[in-house]
Design a protein. Structure first.
Length: 492
């Protein structure tokens, strides 16, 4: 099976930049081993004006049959040795086999990573993708309905069943050409999901892990796709329980604004899908943040915890898993976010005892609120940077001055680390709604001043890889009431 990706020169750079973006040198032919055969990468043409990269997958049918047996396939139908198991279209037609090869060979490009040319990786390119033999259950009209909403110009020509006998009509295959200006990582993610959808027959057992995989590679485009249900059902091999789960989660993603997803969370979600044989799977930064917050709360013996700006309830869900947190409150200014959190947590199906530990309510940190008093700890995770600097004093008083929990945990992006995000254009903040992003010195100056004004002491913890030059991607501060203040307030 065969696929080509071509680009032409543009004002942003030469066409040969494609070699850097794919991490495959145009002057060399390379071979990669997969579980189903050998994947070859080579360049039929490579000039400054036009460059084409080709992926050729040589499928080994006996290896495919052997792997199917180890996964429990081949039972209940024709015998494993049936001729159809060895003589089929798998070596020739694009399918889920080619999608797996894309992920294996172009894993860095899927994540949008390119240390040499980060600006090119983050920018749209003039792309032309050709798949000579694509199974399409639904024909050319379905191919158009799947790819056109994503910004592609689609040419899907039906392949004749037999060129010598045109009266036999068209086969179920099309010759596909896609043209458009998209980021290379976007194009690869579209192919990764939609190739097996069009084939409508995966070569491996579809487990619950496939739901997470679909959501990772569909992030940013699948929640709003007009053929979302068809894509989800076919990708999950029409397994009803998995499809229902995926559609529920996609609905949550659709309800949430796309801007609610941090740049690093998208990158790390895709990074989690890198094959084990290619490189170690990194832990998403959002997970590292929650882990660090939970550790701080445990260290300070908190039992009653406030999640201020709780969003869609990810941290609340983690707190609920630990019985030590006996009372958990989530507050957010967005009613829609609270609705999503309630659905994510399945509050309507939760047992009475568990439901008694949690409350979600709407409120603003710009005002004092009696409901926030009496908690052991409060968390402000990726919240302060969403406020105008002129409104920060109101938040400071509402939390540190009026609510006065014994411990306050604050996380915020480290602006110095932004140069390490290759998909983030220079000078941009990580999120469209961020009003500011502080350096380590700026954050320490703010935290120190707040602690001094309200009788807290503050300590700092890096979250994520601590780069020797620019520090960690997230900075975390733990504020604790001083012993003197505790004594004074206890006496009062």
């Amino acid at each position: 099976m065969f696929l080509t990706i071509s680009t032409t020169a543009s004002a942003a750079g030469a066409a040969t930049d494609l070699g850097f973006l794919l991490h495959k040198h145009p002057d060399r032919s390379q071979v990669f081993s997969t579980s189903y055969g050998a994947a070859h990468v080579f360049y039929p043409e490579a000039s400054a004006e036009r460059t084409t990269a080709a992926l050729l997958l040589e499928v080994d049918p006996p290896a495919l049959v052997r792997r199917g047996r180890t996964q429990g396939r081949g039972r209940g139908g024709a015998p494993d040795a049936a001729l159809a198991a060895y003589v089929n279209d798998r070596p020739y037609a694009a399918s889920s086999l080619l999608a797996v090869a894309l992920r294996t060979v172009f894993s860095s490009a899927l994540r949008g990573e390119c240390r040499t040319l980060p600006e090119r990786a983050a920018a749209p390119l003039p792309l032309r993708i050709e798949v000579p033999a694509l199974p399409a259950r639904g024909g050319a009209p379905l191919v158009e309905r799947l790819f056109a909403p994503l910004g592609w110009q689609v040419a899907a020509e039906p392949v004749a069943l037999d060129g010598h006998f045109p009266q036999w009509g068209a086969s179920r295959y099309v010759s596909l050409v896609l043209e458009g200006e998209l980021r290379l990582s976007e194009a690869l993610r579209h192919l990764y999901v939609l190739l097996p959808v069009l084939d409508d027959a995966k070569h491996y057992w579809v487990s619950p892990d496939e739901v997470d995989k679909l959501l990772r590679f569909g992030a940013g485009w699948l929640p709003a796709h007009p053929e979302q249900k068809l894509i989800t059902s076919r990708y999950l091999s029409r397994r009803w329980s998995l499809t229902r789960d995926a559609l529920e989660r996609l609905e949550l993603a659709r309800l949430a604004d796309a801007d609610d997803i941090e740049v690093e969370d998208i990158d790390n979600a895709v990074a989690a899908e890198v094959p084990e044989e290619a490189e170690e799977r990194p832990t998403p930064l959002a997970v590292l943040r929650r882990t660090a917050i939970l550790a701080a709360l445990r260290d300070h013996g908190a039992a009653r915890v406030l999640d201020l700006g709780c969003g869609q309830g990810q941290l609340v869900a983690e707190l609920l898993k630990e019985p030590r947190f006996t009372e958990i409150a989530g507050m957010d200014v967005s009613v829609r976010a609270l609705d999503i959190a309630a659905r994510r947590l399945r509050l309507d199906r939760m047992g009475e005892r568990q439901a008694g530990r949690i409350s979600l309510f709407q409120g603003s940190l710009a005002y004092t609120d009696a409901r926030l008093k009496g908690y052991d700890a409060a968390v402000l995770s990726e919240v302060i940077e969403h406020l105008d600097l002129s409104r920060l004093p109101s938040l400071e008083y509402a939390v540190f001055g009026a609510a006065r929990p014994g411990t306050v945990v604050v996380t915020t992006p480290n602006a110095e680390y932004n140069v390490r995000w290759e998909t983030l254009p220079a000078g941009h903040v990580r999120h469209a709604d961020h009003r500011f992003e502080w350096t380590r010195a700026e954050f320490a100056a703010w935290a120190g001043a707040v602690a001094g004004r309200y009788g807290y002491q503050v300590a700092y913890t890096p979250v994520g890889p601590d780069d020797p030059e620019v520090g960690p991607p997230t900075q975390l501060a733990v504020f604790t009431l001083t012993a003197q203040k505790k004594k004074e307030e206890a006496a009062a």
